[in-house]
Write a protein that binds this ligand. Sequence first.
Ligand SMILES: *Cc1c(COP(=O)(O)O)cnc(C)c1O
Length: 507
Amino acid sequence: MEILYHSTRDKNIKLTASQAILQGLAEDGGLFVPEKMPVLDKSIEELKGMDYRQTAYEVMKLFFTDYTEDELKNCIAKAYDEKFDCEEIAPIAAAGGAYYLELFHGATIAFKDMALSILPHLMTTAAKKNALKEEIVILTATSGDTGKAALAGFADVPGTRIMVFYPKNGVSAVQERQMVTQRGSNVRVVGITGNFDDAQTGVKQIFNDAEMKEELKQKGFVFSSANSINIGRLIPQVVYYVYAYTTLLRSGRIHDKEAINVCVPTGNFGNILAAFYAKQLGIPIAKLICASNKNRVLTDFFASGTYDKLHERNEANGSFDSERSFVLTGSPSMDILISSNLERLIWQIAGCDEEKNAALMKELNAKGSYAISDDMKEKLADFSYGYASEEDTAEKIRSLYADCSYVIDPHTAVAGMVYDRYRKESGDETPTVIASTASPYKFARTVLCAIDPEYGKLGDMELIDKLQEVSKVDIPQAIEDIRSAPVLHDIVCETADMPREVREFLK
Ligand SMILES: *Cc1c(COP(=O)(O)O)cnc(C)c1O
């Protein structure tokens, strides 16, 4: 069955999977969604016998229907290879009453590698299939991890260039260093004086700027996106939820047909949306628990049905009467107030209705908020939600280490804390998979200070050695690589100057 993709705001904008991957974002600002949600055509029993690559094929073939079997298998083989430091690709660790699905064993030690190691291959294959003449320019806004993973994926890939914008003061020391040391003849990294939302909005504006698009076309370039707004990034993320389920079955930790919950530290809503897609494919997932940090716009949304990026919900009386401010936290990849992928969920719970969705997104643009109908709210019954403060997050890192000698990163700890509370309040004892989204090495200072504030005295590189001593986990290659690497990118610009920087790069 062929699956086409159309914009969440207009059914008439319709493309094949490979075209949607090339384009990234629909020209009306909407996101591409499959016009029909496929279901797995292999039984769980069959999937249980498969490794990560085989599972990836079974999932991706359902969505990327205009790729041939050879093309897809080729992309998968090139993506999920020795770049990952373990054979399982996404192993599971049991600790503190939950299953931590470790998604950080790729080249840049964050879960973004799970999709960004395959996206360049999907994209260059798509360029060939569609006889694309232009060079592809990947424009990416990053809250810290996407940037490096996209740079690593696209560096020196023929026919592509990549430009990354990151919030200059909004990422961890290791995240920044990983990006500004990136080598490659086709890469550019730029810090902006704004936050992640500013970067993401700036990139979306450039995408939707018809004049700029035309100007670049003349010069032989087309834009695409490596953010999770690209369907080519979202679908590869569905794979690891399918694989997590079969891994738990294979190891006898759950029994046949037993349901699991999934708890995901959430920012742009890509990762948890992938779990929602896995559920629709037929994986027995009961609850999807959306965990936020102090930028809790999603918690407020699930609690009330109102998405308000400007005002915070008063938990005592439910009103949105105080101003919401963007806060920088120790989990920077979740410091987001405009969760782009939520639009795909909104479209779906609106009954796959483009007009309804477009009207809500227009409201969000115009006044910074929208409210969904009661009908739509009912369709969110599978979601639970919660947020963790900085203190909660530190406490989770500390206690899990004290109890189980298992060290997690601050993003994962947000989810761990939210899950503990959910379990206590609901009494729900369903086996739960927590998406572990980054290696603690990426956030060594926050992690070690949570374990013992005394470690705060150490320098950034000393912290790395200390973390090895504490966690007994080898220092990942990605960290070794940046210890001595020279800084190659030092441009910082105002948000308003992003288009100028793009033109500069493409001169
Ligand atoms: C990107 C990221 C997240 C948030 O994922 P979304 O798909 O944007 O919701 C959480 N944790 C880490 C470490 C990340 O890099």
